[in-house]
Design a protein around this ligand. Structure first.
Ligand code: MN
Length: 251
């Protein structure tokens, strides 16, 4: 039997929009539990980057944790989640790209960073769903990763950050590889749903769908329903962060 999922793009602390999107998808808000109970037969899947940049990163992460622990949702790790986790473990990370917003809210709420960090640490880099027909990943995926160890360097760099040539462009940005355009997909290739790369509209190409539609930058938050392939979107209430002029490297 085909499994049904609602896959949600980069949330980045936009709890209001996340809550609106869950309502629009028809999932039932349970106020006492502080979570949404999905429509019968469906599960929620987050593409990662729950934290940083937006107004309520810790509220969002605590919500996703509740949803996952209740069995209502799955979540893959994003590069921002990974960096927050390393901060929570006391590692020396550069507080940039909106991590300050997450740290500020941890302190304001008196939240337990270690508990949240442990939740993030246990998240997978990718999910293979619906008998391998669907792959959900934050950054990027390619067929060669099938034979990689789950924690190999290549697996980590593709899944968290997406591939670059290793060169830096004159403007300081990493030279990204357009893995979507280069993908050689056949009718039997899995469909890949990913976030990470902020687009204005969902990008559908070569059996992939990019669903980071720049909510935190004033765009919209997008869900893709599987297997219906329907896109469900809510607009951002406002712009919360400036679009990065420099893309994020694998720091
Ligand atoms: Mn992101």
């Amino acid at each position: 039997m085909t499994q049904q999922f609602d896959i949600i793009g980069d949330v980045h602390g936009c709890f209001r929009e996340l809550s609106d999107l869950m309502d629009k998808l028809g999932h039932q808000w349970n106020r006492s539990a502080g979570l949404h109970v999905p429509t019968e037969g469906r599960r929620i899947v987050f593409v990662g980057d729950i934290v940083d940049r937006g107004p309520e990163p810790v509220v969002c992460l605590a919500y996703v944790k509740l949803m996952v622990e209740a069995g209502h949702a799955l979540c893959v790790m994003g590069n921002h989640d990974n960096k927050f986790m390393r901060w929570a473990k006391g590692r020396n990370v550069k507080v940039s790209h909106g991590l300050n917003k997450t740290i500020d809210q941890i302190r304001a709420m008196g939240a337990d960073a270690k508990v949240l960090g442990k939740f993030v640490e246990d998240l997978p880099y990718h999910l293979k769903l619906d008998e391998g027909r669907l792959i959900v990943v934050h950054g990027a995926w390619c067929d060669e990763l099938e034979t990689e160890r789950p924690d190999s360097g290549k697996m980590r760099s593709w899944c968290l950050y997406a591939p670059t040539t290793g060169k830096t462009l004159p403007n300081g940005m990493p030279d990204r590889i357009d893995w979507v355009s280069q993908r050689q997909a056949t009718d039997s290739s899995p469909w890949i749903v990913y976030g990470h790369q902020p687009y204005k509209e969902a990008r559908i190409q070569n059996r992939t769908t990019g669903i980071d539609t720049s909510c935190v930058f004033g765009g919209k938050l997008t869900a893709m329903r599987w297997p219906e392939m329907e896109l469900v979107e809510v607009p951002a209430a406002q712009q919360y962060d400036k679009h990065p002029t420099m893309e994020e490297g694998a720091e």
